[in-house]
Design a binder for this molecule. Structure first.
Ligand code: NAP
Length: 317
């Protein structure tokens, strides 16, 4: 099979589509013939060596944490799926979805809703679960709360706006001007063009600030958090850890604001939840650019500019 391969850290454009061994289903795994795979910023960050602790998991490194396709083979212990069935998948930590075939645990596979294209289905797993886990688990978002999504127009943000509405929150979406109309159509109640206004310097308060981009800090957002407000970042690390520790030291003195982070954990039940919202027409994956496999390296480079609309998808077959 062919896959987008990186042998060394460097420019995302240095990726080459070449032949690699076909995967076989390991214990509890399915092999999926990939029709479409979606890209994530983690892909270009790993390629560029921006995650020193996450060097190349294996060589060649094949990017892609999510895909949609057709089941080609299954381990005999897998039940609930059949060969020829259309599915969407998260890869887990191994990546490798920008390829013609993919071996994945059955725990991270869901049946593709009939009304969804393969491109749309591939766009759901990673960004959808990050948004869901960020809002539900890290923020504990509840109906009636005020949510601000910073970076609302990209992969995670377009899901976060819609999931915020599903949870019954009042949603403020922060994005560049060109994306605001589409965000209103996804349900955002208030739109902020970040080039015209800095939400962190205004007078409004939010119960949850979901810093998806992420380009702010807990300290910067603290003054626009409600009394028990929560700041959630998509970039775990020393900064949020120390901010969280600092906030808990101040708790005995009446400080109730909290700093948290989300770290995507592929979970079958979360994937199933997202799929059921899609089937009910409450959640719509937003696909921005679509590129063929031969141009995947360029598409990854384009994503690295940091201004994607929705998800960038690679059409593999
Ligand atoms: N922790 C985890 O498990 C996890 C999982 C998934 C993603 N992530 C991280 O989450 C981040 C976002 O991921 P993504 O998939 O949503 O990325 P993305 O698709 O590249 O979207 C980023 C969005 O931010 C917007 N943006 C850029 N500068 C901005 C600014 N100053 N203010 C507001 N918005 C701005 C961009 O478009 P415009 O500038 O045109 O509005 C773009 O729509 C990445 O850093 C990624 O690595 C973490």
């Amino acid at each position: 099979m062919r896959a987008l391969c990186y042998e060394a850290h460097g420019d995302p454009r240095s990726g080459v589509v070449k032949k690699v061994f076909d995967p076989r289903p390991g214990p509890g795994q399915l092999v999926v013939r990939v029709v479409a795979a979606a890209l994530n910023p983690a892909d270009w960050k790993i390629v560029e060596g921006k995650f020193p602790f996450l060097v190349f998991p294996k060589k060649p490194f094949v990017p892609g944490w999510e895909a949609a396709g057709v089941v080609e083979a299954m381990d005999s212990r897998v039940s609930g799926f059949r060969v020829g069935e259309e599915v969407l998948v998260s890869t887990g930590p191994s990546a490798g979805a920008v390829a013609e075939k993919l071996a994945v645990s059955a725990l991270h596979v869901a049946k593709k809703p009939a009304g969804l294209s393969f491109e749309e289905a591939a766009a759901v797993p990673a960004a959808g679960q990050t948004a869901l886990q960020g809002l539900r688990d890290a923020a504990g978002l509840r109906a009636g709360q005020r949510l601000l999504v910073n970076g609302a127009g990209g992969g995670v943000g377009t899901f976060a706006v819609q999931i915020g509405k599903i949870f019954g929150a009042h949603v403020t979406a922060v994005a560049s001007a060109a994306k605001l109309e589409a965000l209103a159509s996804l349900g955002a109640d208030v739109l902020v063009d970040y080039r015209k206004a800095d939400f962190a310097k205004g007078r409004e308060e939010w119960d949850v600030v979901f810093d998806v981009v992420p380009n702010r800090t807990f300290g910067e957002c603290s003054r626009v958090l409600a009394r028990e407000g929560i700041y959630v970042t998509t970039l775990p690390g020393a900064g949020p850890f120390l901010a969280s520790l600092g906030a808990s030291f101040r708790a005995p003195f009446g400080f109730r604001k909290r700093c948290r982070w989300v770290m995507l954990k592929p979970r079958g039940e979360d994937l199933a939840q997202l799929v059921s919202w899609v089937e009910e027409g409450r959640l719509k994956p937003v696909v921005g650019k679509v590129a063929p496999l031969d141009q995947a390296a360029w598409a990854l480079s384009d994503l690295s500019a940091g201004h994607a609309t929705g998800k960038t998808v690679i059409r593999v077959a």
